[in-house]
Design a protein around this ligand. Structure first.
Ligand code: FAD
Length: 514
């Protein structure tokens, strides 16, 4: 790993923001495609992103590891179907170590601003470690990277311990304490069963009940692991079977809701098996269509809620006081610690606030006006030479994000290669190409369970538009991004830039970070 004091170069051809699964895959792809002049900047002190930050008890993936891993770096040593966070983090570190790209990573370096320089056709980049310029920027800053705290009156007045699930305080001992967990999403349902046996009392605050199906989890046997080592084809077969098994869910989400009936029955069975109290069963049974919010998987969530020292509170939070939480019915429950498991900024993509494109337009303002959108989830008209890995509408409700990441990094690497080959100084998607793509996507979205399933979710923006998920099969996404498609782009050649340069020099110079 490079030292934080290694100075930044003054210019790179490609700057990658973020060193999670997305940023690392981008670096590896660029290197493979022959591009050496790139730099990855990361605000944290290691690779891993999500898996570096989410260290809460019980943290694990909910897509089987055989699929939730890079296709180019199979790991025969996964201990179980749904690997725990430390194993996933160790895997990312190992892939990074072996990739031969780490000398181009700069950790503890936050990107504060990316500003498009219209005269020079490149990005002016201001970071916590200095400034530089870049011809191309790839934002792999994560869609579930910035924790979101709930907007509850009195939140800051609470005098006890408070932390977000993605910033777990391991120095705070929960043993015997009175603890509140706010939220019943993917993180909460992993945390609650882990901490319930050790805390004194646990109040779980639920706004909307999730649908939770059984977790088909098991240890891999030594025989399986040996087979994965010696016969890589066996592991590929596992991966392929899991991939297609997951892809079968797509029609249930997007077109034929009836196909979700078996999943609903499994979820109802999960409730009956895990909870004996009829009133609690009623409280945990969702009143919207399965799939509308992310379907969660757990065998331990319902039994944990059924414990004597755990209360599921559904009355709605009114406020926090210095010593506890008051619900809308006026009850105050005193607690020593509040664990916030309310997810992340998803529909507002925090990095967009740092990006200023053509005409001085800030991407966050552009998204606020037009909705968060991108051509193929990757490029945005008005923001030249900017690519997203895990951009708008690339999220999944059913399968591995790494599949989407690899599709996008292939597209980006191809674009970067073609720019060099054809001496392109800058490119951005044509407005009509982007409009057609987004209109088609939003048309398809209307019939999905995410839009029509009768729930509010973090998939939807404040206008009810789904700006986070991909509404088709993942292989369709892969096909659409198989090769960079210059016809859909406005291209400016290096020669044009040279001709325009004298006029550009007359423009007022833009100060970096101004
Ligand atoms: C608890 C949890 C469990 C999950 N489980 C699954 C799963 O089972 N299956 C699945 O498919 N997906 C899962 N996901 C989604 C997961 O986020 C993606 O699968 C994947 O890890 C995203 O990788 P990424 O590189 O796009 O983003 P991230 O891993 O979030 O990495 C982004 C990186 O960018 C850095 N960064 C952000 N802004 C800046 C800045 N301004 N300057 C410098 N650096 C910056 C961040 O520090 C971070 O390291 C899960 C997410 C969470 C939170």
């Amino acid at each position: 790993m490079t030292s934080p004091s290694t100075p930044l170069p003054s210019h790179v051809r490609v700057l990658v923001v973020g060193a999670g699964f997305g940023g690392l895959a981008t670096a590896i792809r660029l290197q493979e495609s022959g591009e050496r002049d790139f730099l990855v900047v990361e605000r944290g002190d290691d690779v891993g992103g999500t898996w570096r930050d989410n260290t809460y008890p019980g943290a694990a993936c909910d897509v089987p590891s055989q699929l939730y891993s890079y296709s180019f770096a199979p790991n025969p040593e996964w201990s179980r179907s749904f690997s725990p966070q430390p194993e996933i983090q160790a895997y990312i570190q190992e892939v990074a170590d072996q990739s031969g790209t780490l000398d181009r990573f700069r950790f503890r370096t936050n990107v504060d601003e990316l500003r498009w320089d219209e005269a020079a056709h490149r990005w002016e980049v201001r970071t916590s470690a200095g400034t530089l310029t870049a011809d191309v920027v790839v934002s792999a800053a994560g869609a579930l990277s910035d924790p979101k705290s709930p907007d509850i009156p009195g939140f800051d007045s609470f005098q006890g311990e408070v932390f977000h699930s993605a910033r777990w305080n391991h120095d705070y001992d929960l043993t015997g304490k009175r603890v509140a967990v706010i939220g019943t999403g993917a993180s909460a349902i992993q945390i609650v069963p882990e901490i319930a046996p050790k805390v004194g009392r646990l109040d779980v605050y639920q706004r909307t009940a999730p649908w939770v199906i059984p977790r088909n989890d098991r240890d891999y046997t030594e025989v399986e692991k040996r087979a994965f080592h010696r016969l890589p084809g066996v592991q590929r077969l596992y991966r392929t079977a899991i991939y297609w098994g997951r892809e079968m869910y797509v029609p249930a989400f997007t077109k034929v809701p009836k196909l979700a009936w078996p999943a609903k029955q499994l979820a109802l069975l999960n409730i009956r098996r895990g909870i004996s109290d009829p009133e609690l069963r009623r409280k945990v049974t969702p009143d919207y269509r399965i799939g509308c919010k992310r379907i969660l998987i757990s065998n331990t969530w319902y039994p944990a809620l059924d414990r004597d020292n755990v209360d599921l509170v559904t009355d709605g939070i009114k406020e926090l006081t210095p010593s506890g939480i008051v619900t809308k019915d006026g009850t105050e429950r005193e607690v020593d610690a509040v664990i916030v498991a309310t997810g992340f900024h998803t529909t507002d993509l925090p990095i967009a606030e740092q990006i200023v494109g053509r005409g001085g337009v800030r991407l966050s303002d552009h998204f606020a006006e037009h909705g968060m959108q991108a051509y193929k989830g990757t490029t945005v008209n008005g923001f030249p030479n900017l690519f997203f890995v895990v951009g708008p509408n690339t999220g999944l409700g059913h399968s591995s994000m790494i599949f989407m990441i690899e599709s996008q990094t292939a597209y980006v690497a191809d674009a970067v290669r073609k720019m060099k080959q054809r001496a392109v100084a800058s490119l951005e998607p044509k407005a009509d190409a982007q409009r057609r793509f987004v209109d088609d996507l939003q048309d398809r979205m209307q019939q999905t369970v995410w839009s029509a399933g009768g729930c509010a979710s973090w998939y939807l923006d404040s206008h009810g538009r789904n700006v986070t998920l991909w509404p088709r099969a993942t292989f369709t996404f892969r096909r659409q991004l198989a090769a960079f498609d210059p016809d859909a782009y406005e291209l400016v050649s290096r020669d044009q830039v040279r001709v325009e340069a004298p006029q550009a020099a007359d423009l007022e110079p833009q100060e970096v970070g101004a």
